[in-house]
Design a protein around this ligand. Structure first.
Ligand code: FMN
Length: 257
């Protein structure tokens, strides 16, 4: 059975929760899926103080003593996660942003490979597509397999046609999400993702050393020698491209030194 956790950044049980319920109900019709819905406002989450200790010393040095690790453990235990937020003032809800800021160090030390991710944005008028783009970006850089998110307009009162449209979009999205849950968890990277990994790891190897938390993390994972973040079979073209990206990062580094 696949485990899916939804994190909702709306403090009341209205539109965003309703969309999540539709998504989850549809997902459950597709197969054996255990879903947990988490309302972020039910948890204690402090506002990131910007001390950078998570970057520099490690995430366990975060001075905030709150429910961050309970929520992180829920992600670790899940095969798939969904972030759902209302559009407030043309952005994520503050509640969701407070949560996402706590992942700053994961951009440096990605970890959610093999897990499926998507997002749901609920809005009244417009601007939500930019939020979806940001949430897709967020998921990609943390290592997830990203199913593009959706932005749904939920005006009150809603016509039957609007309701049907919303349900259709959510059903299609949950279908794609489910299909990804069934796929091999570690897909062959795209050329772009390969480039990001190879240039990033070569730069870290050359510019940092054992004193850096990021360096130690990469070394412990074997990422200074590996083809990609996880074992994968690159075709000859991608193998050559990977080598080229390593060389390119070295050349740039030498030019800047
Ligand atoms: C404070 C606030 C700001 C909002 N700002 C926007 C906005 O900028 N753009 C938009 O399309 N809808 C906006 N809305 C409407 C909500 O995004 C929309 O009603 C959403 O479905 C609410 O979800 P919820 O019921 O889970 O809170 C705003 C609503 C509130 C309460």
């Amino acid at each position: 059975m696949k485990k899916v956790t939804v994190f909702v950044g709306s403090a009341h049980h209205k539109n965003t929760h309703e969309m999540v319920d539709i998504f989850v109900d549809h997902l459950k019709t597709l197969g054996d899926v255990d879903c947990e819905i988490i309302t972020l406002s039910d948890y204690q989450l402090g506002i990131c103080r910007g001390c950078r200790l998570c970057f520099e010393k490690g995430e366990s040095f975060c001075p905030l003593r709150d429910d961050r690790d309970i929520l992180f453990e829920k992600i670790s235990a899940s095969d798939g996660i969904i972030l759902a937020t209302p559009n407030y003032s043309f952005q994520l809800s503050g509640l969701m942003k407070v949560f996402l800021d706590r992942f700053g160090f994961v951009f440096h030390r990605p970890r959610y490979f093999g897990k499926v991710y998507t997002s749901i944005v609920s809005q009244g008028i417009g601007g939500g597509n930019e939020i979806v783009k940001y949430l897709d970006f967020f998921g990609t850089h943390l290592g997830f397999n990203v199913v593009s998110g959706s932005c749904l307009t939920a005006l009150d009162p809603r016509t039957q046609k609007e309701q049907q449209k919303m349900e259709r979009i959510l059903a299609e999205q949950s279908q794609k999400f489910y299909a990804w849950l069934q796929k091999p968890a570690y897909p062959v990277p795209t050329l772009f993702k390969l480039m990001l990994f190879r240039m990033g790891r070569t730069s870290i190897k050359q510019m940092l050393d054992e004193r850096s938390c990021d360096y130690r993390y990469y070394a412990a994972k074997g990422w200074f020698e590996s083809q990609y973040y996880y074992p994968t079979r690159l075709n000859p073209f991608k193998k050559a491209a990977g080598f080229f990206f390593d060389q390119m990062a070295s050349t740039v580094r030498n030019l800047l030194a």
